[in-house]
Unconditional design. Structure first.
Length: 202
């Protein structure tokens, strides 16, 4: 039983590999069990590639490949970075019965996957800014007067940028940020918005 050769570039780590050069038959299908046959991840790209056979030990099954984005979380106790996968929302899913087709897809993804951008508001890598991140989450749920006040009072550039990007923002709020934005960049962005067709006609 030989492991399936893969072209793994630097920056990727094989967590485990049970993917072999064996194709599923009545004699070998018992090898196609377990939650995962292959797991490769990259802490720089914040991505993982997971391969399994579904349904397990079933000749009518197929290889299931998922690309999972990873969130870094700094563990203060161990002083190490840990990663949690966003398994509920795979970036990509690929299914095939053909092992060589699977290998081709894996090798292609290892070279072409773009890094995942952690959209959370952080104090430093892996450490969430709990106060401002909670405001960002509120903003994602919808624009209310209460959220607008929190964003303006936060004096946080990312939050004020996100507020300016919101489709429901009013001219009064844009004018406020053009005058009182936390940075020159925020003020200029607000002024540009005021000069856009969207607000010039108001």
């Amino acid at each position: 039983m030989n492991l399936q050769p893969l072209k793994i570039p630097s920056g990727w780590t094989v967590e485990w590999n049970l993917l072999t050069e064996t194709d599923p038959t009545t004699e070998t299908i018992h090898e196609f069990t377990g939650s995962s046959l292959l797991l490769i991840n990259s802490s720089t790209r914040l991505k993982a590639i997971d391969v399994s056979w579904r349904p397990e030990a079933n000749l009518n099954g197929a290889y299931q490949l998922q690309v999972i984005c990873m969130l870094p979380n700094f563990n203060k106790k161990t002083n190490t970075m840990e990663y949690s996968g966003l398994w509920e929302t795979p970036e990509l899913e690929f299914t095939t019965k053909n092992r060589l087709e699977l290998v081709k897809k894996i090798n292609q993804l290892l070279l072409t996957l773009k890094p995942y951008k952690d959209s959370r508001i952080l104090l430093k890598p892996g450490v969430v800014d709990e106060v401002n991140e909670s405001i960002r989450q509120e903003l994602l749920l919808g624009l209310t007067s209460n959220v607008v006040i929190k964003v303006i009072e936060s004096n946080h550039k990312i939050l004020q940028d996100l507020l300016l990007d919101h489709q429901a923002i009013t001219k009064a709020v844009v004018e406020n940020l053009a005058k009182n934005g936390i940075t020159k960049g925020v003020k200029n962005k607000a002024k540009q918005l005021l000069n856009s067709k969207r607000f010039k006609q108001l």
